[in-house]
Every structure is written in structure tokens, then in C-alpha cells.
Design a protein around this ligand. Structure first.
Ligand code: SF4
Length: 344
């Protein structure tokens, strides 16, 4: 739809107002000229959302033009799963990776759920199949089994409950017995074992071998360098990082947990061992604070962009439409609903 120069100019300034403090690449911030290039797309996407009663849910790891230009809800896996459960929209456009859009579809079987990036993977979700979980459960009969939300619907369907990085420790603590199977993140499994021991409720954690290709790259040297380069810095890490890295940080928590920590902290310099998208969100929301990050980008999340979001709204390609087999969806839904129940 053609827009007038006044509409385009106003939209460019709206976007610039949101993105001016955000890094595009190292050291460079978004410019008004770049925002002007985005304006025709954001205007059209926002118009189509109203016309089609669609809601856009954007994970914090997607790019800031999506997060601030067109998203109705932004957040981490848990927050977006909650939003997907509550929305009254007819269509959910899920800017994230496949397992997240699948979760939205499982919670909204009668709605259309589309994902701009198509079948965007995740090294964690792709590391494990339903058959792998069945083998583990057969090897440890009767042991409760939790899966991280970063898993396929088929894997969720085999587990007692699903967890996110925000509720993993509390839910693991609530599970009965002194053993727990946790899939598919082996580093988070190690972090659970350490945290439960610290809480005085130790459990043996039986893990599989997956890891996040962004968070597993961070090292103890990254933390030491942040502290050496920026005296007084407060360093935050995601629990998908290795335990020896987490041990050197000031705070370890989910994407939301890190955002909340920064919001309530009086510190002005933060080191972030997480994905670029969260760094960008914090830059946008706390322009007076400084953020340093040793570089970690999820190529899967970055497959979402304004163009494929527009396409998903106008006429989605088959690979953008999310479908989950009925029996798998039903079993996976139980595991997701159990998480909501246990995280109250
Ligand atoms: S950041 Fe890691 S866990 Fe998140 S989608 Fe990318 S690969 Fe998966």
C-alpha cells in the first residue's frame, strides 16, 4: 500500500526514537536514514496486523527492527508462551525459532500460527529426538524427566514437564526423588546440579549432550577480560553457559531475569554473556547504561526479518505455517501446562 511522505517521515522518526541508542554492529548505532528504509515495511506490517487481527510475538533475540518496529509482545520463551496462551488474535506471527512457534501452536490449536523464518532450527532443540528420550527413560525407570522448552514437540511429549531458564531451578527442586533426567542442555543440567546442591536439596542429574551454540562459546577468559577492560563492571550470564563461567559472574538467570536485574541495579556498566538481541534490548531500554558483550549471535533467530514477516502475514509460504501432529501436540501440551502449574 502506498504511503505519503508525511506518513513515511513520521514512521522513520518513530523508529529512530526507539533505535537511536541501539548498536547495529560493534560501535555503530542505527541512523535516521536506516530507519527511513524500514518505514514502508513497518507501516505495512502494522496495517496488516490490524486488518487480519494478527499479533506478532518477537523473541528478544530477534533484531530490533522487529522487536521495536512491529512486535506486540517481546520477551523470552516463557513470557512468549504465556502471551501465546492469552492472546485473542486470530493469527499469531511468531518471530523466533521453530520450537517456539510450535509451542504457540500447541497452546492455540485452532489458531493460525506462522513463523517468518520458516523451519529455523536451534542447536539445543535439534540435538535430541523422542527416541533418545525414550531410551533414557528406559535406562532410568521411574526417574522424573524434565525437558528445557528448547526442544521439539516430540521431545516435550515424552517428558513429565517442560521448563524455561526462568523456572528451571525451582521446578527441578519440586520434582520428587533424588534423581532427575534433564534434556537436552548438558550445561544447564550441570548448573541445576550445582544450584540444587547449593539450596540443600541435591539431586543426581542425568543429562543428554546438547548445548546452545551461542552460550556454550563463552569462557572464563571472557569474564576476566570484561573485568580487566571495564573496572566496576557487573557481569551477567545465562544458565546455558558453562558452570565454570557462571561461577565467575555476578548474576546468572534467564533473559527476563537479566533484564530485570539491569532495571533494578544502580550499576552503570554491564557485561552480558548472552545473545546480541538482549544486548540491543537493554541498550534501547536503558540508554544511560553501558553494555559490553564478548559477541554471540544466534544465526537461527536472525533469519527473521521484516520482509519474511510481511510475507508470513500476506500469504505465508508452506514452511512458514506451523502444524503439529494431534497426538504429539496433546502430549506436549500436558508437559507445557505442567510447567505453568509448577511455576506458580
Ligand atoms: S540462542 Fe541458542 S538456544 Fe537460543 S535459539 Fe539460538 S541456538 Fe537455540
Amino acid at each position: 500500500m502506498p504511503y505519503t511522505s508525511t506518513q513515511l517521515d513520521a514512521e522513520a522518526h518513530r523508529l529512530y526514537g526507539l533505535l537511536a541508542s541501539v548498536s547495529k554492529t560493534r560501535g555503530e548505532k542505527w541512523t535516521l536514514q536506516e530507519c527511513a528504509q524500514l518505514a514502508p515495511y513497518t507501516l505495512e506490517i502494522n496495517r496488516l496486523k490490524k486488518e487480519k487481527n494478527a499479533a506478532i510475538l518477537a523473541h528478544s533475540y530477534t533484531t530490533p527492527d522487529l522487536v521495536y518496529g512491529v512486535a506486540d509482545f517481546r520477551g523470552d520463551s516463557f513470557q512468549l508462551a504465556q502471551q501465546a496462551r492469552q492472546t485473542t488474535a486470530d493469527t499469531i506471527v511468531f518471530a523466533g525459532v521453530w520450537f517456539m512457534a510450535e509451542t504457540a501452536k500447541i497452546l492455540n490449536p485452532t489458531k493460525q500460527v506462522v513463523i517468518p523464518a520458516g523451519r529455523a532450527g536451534c542447536t539445543l532443540a535439534d540435538s535430541m529426538t523422542a527416541a533418545d528420550v525414550q531410551k533414557l527413560r528406559a535406562a532410568y525407570p521411574g526417574v522424573p524427566t524434565l525437558c528445557y522448552i528448547n526442544s521439539s514437540a516430540e521431545v516435550k511429549a515424552q517428558c513429565d514437564a517442560c521448563v524455561t531458564s526462568g523456572n528451571v531451578f525451582d521446578i527441578a527442586q519440586k520434582m520428587p526423588g533424588d534423581k532427575l533426567i534433564f534434556v537436552p542442555d548438558m550445561l544447564m543440567a550441570q548448573n541445576i546440579e550445582i544450584e540444587l546442591k547449593r539450596r540443600g536439596t541435591p539431586k543426581e542429574i542425568i543429562a543428554s549432550g546438547g548445548s546452545c551454540c551461542v552460550h556454550d562459546k563463552y569462557t572464563q577468559q571472557d569474564v576476566e577480560k570484561l573485568r580487566a577492560d571495564h573496572p566496576g563492571i557487573v557481569v551477567l550470564a545465562h544458565p546455558e553457559c558453562a558452570p565454570q563461567v557462571c561461577a565467575l559472574c555476578d548474576y546468572v538467570g534467564s533473559t527476563k531475569g537479566m533484564a530485570d536485574f539491569v532495571a533494578r541495579s544502580t550499576a552503570t556498566k554491564f557485561g552480558l554473556l548472552t545473545e546480541q538481541g538482549l544486548v540491543n534490548r537493554l541498550e534501547a531500554e536503558h540508554p544511560a547504561k553501558q553494555f559490553f558483550w564478548p559477541f554471540g549471535v544466534c544465526a537461527y533467530m536472525k533469519k527473521n526479518n521484516l520482509l519474511n514477516t510481511l510475507r508470513a502475514l500476506v500469504e505465508p509460504r508452506p514452511e512458514q505455517v506451523v502444524q503439529v501432529d494431534g497426538a504429539v501436540a496433546q502430549a506436549a501440551q500436558k508437559s507445557i501446562e505442567k510447567m505453568f502449574e509448577l511455576s506458580k
